[in-house]
Design a binder for this molecule. Sequence first.
Ligand code: F6P
Length: 532
Amino acid sequence: MNPDILHQLADLRKAWEGRHLRRVFAEDPQRAERYQLEAAGWWLDYSKNLIDDPILDRLFELLKSSDFDGWRNKMRGGEAINHTENRPVLHVALRNRGTEPICVAGKDVMPDVHHVLNAMEHFANGVRYGSLKGATGKRIRSIVNIGIGGSDLGPLMVTEALKAYSDRNLRCHFVSNVDGTHLAETLKQIDLEETLFLIVSKTFTTIETMTNARSARDQIVAAMGNEAVGHHFAAISTNLKAVAEFGIEPDRVFGFWDWVGGRYSLTSAVGLSIMLMIGPKHFGDLLDGFYAMDRHFFEAPLQKNMPAILAILGFWYVHFWQAQSYAILPYDQYLHRFPAYFQQADMESNGKSVDRNGNRVTYPTGPILWGEPGTNGQHAFYQLLHQGTVLVPADFIGFAQSLNPSGTHHRQLMANFVAQMEALAFGKTEEQLIAEGCESRLISYRTFEGNRPSNALIAEKLTPHSLGALIALYEHKIFVQSMLWNINAFDQWGVELGKKCATQIERALAGEEIGTHDASTHQLINRLKAYF
Ligand code: F6P
């Protein structure tokens, strides 16, 4: 990060001390109009942030000096920007709806992308229209997606978000946890003869997924014999060899590529459960939405670039306001898994403490991301957002129209959406409380400081297109922040150590030598060992 610009920003932060959004808005009648923009069907109002023109100007300059243009081009050009794994990062190729080629090592990957999309479509139509049946001739009614992390959260979030567009004759279940309860409880809800298991794993080695997949296969074999496996399983993976060893027929294997990161993979074959539920046409609309935001990200100038604006605002709070967390608050029940999905996308990407040169960073990086749908959150944790001692910047996401005929409900929902942001920003003063006749002993309790920042994101309606654009917006925001922090957003070494240790400890629990551990770990293993 350019030290001169950081110093200038630090001075501007100091100068902000004591300023309040109440005054800032009063002094600048054009502010709301100036700090807003539209892209790919989404409207962003970012006027309720603790910023002004000089701050924005310096933040844009900082991003420019972090080579915003260069990184965008490197991504689109297929360079190995995931340098620790020596891989390009090309999730944008999965939803490239234009005719331009996207190349990896000089080879256009688009024909392969289209080939897999066509195979998915053929398969999805077969299941949806009943030509692909279970081993006993029954139609498929239940889809069980077995995967974890990026092979679970994306499809789960989107199938929930687009439920209104789904085939209600099909039900989709997600099994991720290695805790046998997850699979067992799912099996209680389904008829195996009518079930299709999708084994989703980029590596096809992830222990949780493989354990669940083997148990599911055992169930199918026990119920209908070995030959049934071919009718009741499909696989999505980059590891075609391991899939073949598992016993899934080649025409039921949908590949993808090592240039697709797990947490950025839902528009690859990893999204097969989505296509099965909403159909190929709506899946295409979802890709169109992603593509619209991708184009905006690659083509819009910095000052009018929505992912870049969200990124610099988030950076401003982490770096200069010591914000350690960030809330995503969707005002739409269909988006109830949206914060959980971006918790992985953001925290697995930018939860890093070593920069691209291998040096320990000297500044904070990605915040803790969390959230729940409004208005439920209002009756849970908003107390802290309004009157707690920590600053939590928040994004409020809403839609002008509801998908369900519920005028009153939607009006109330959106009134809350607007009211919460107003209250966070402007609060309630002592004078206002006195004028309202508030008991004097309660004044300090009922005062709201305000000055708490938020963004409003609004689209007309929740559709596959608007959802695709929204997901792409946050994906690119994550990438832009990694440019500022000079970190690789696309590896995840931080999850490796725990996996290795667990494998070793499992052997000890099964009766092998305990091995060398600290006294506490040794004691834990000994205590549990007796039960296995
Ligand atoms: O949690 C680590 C991780 O590698 C994620 O990045 C990934 O989404 C998840 O595990 C699942 O991996 P796979 O798709 O290879 O089973």
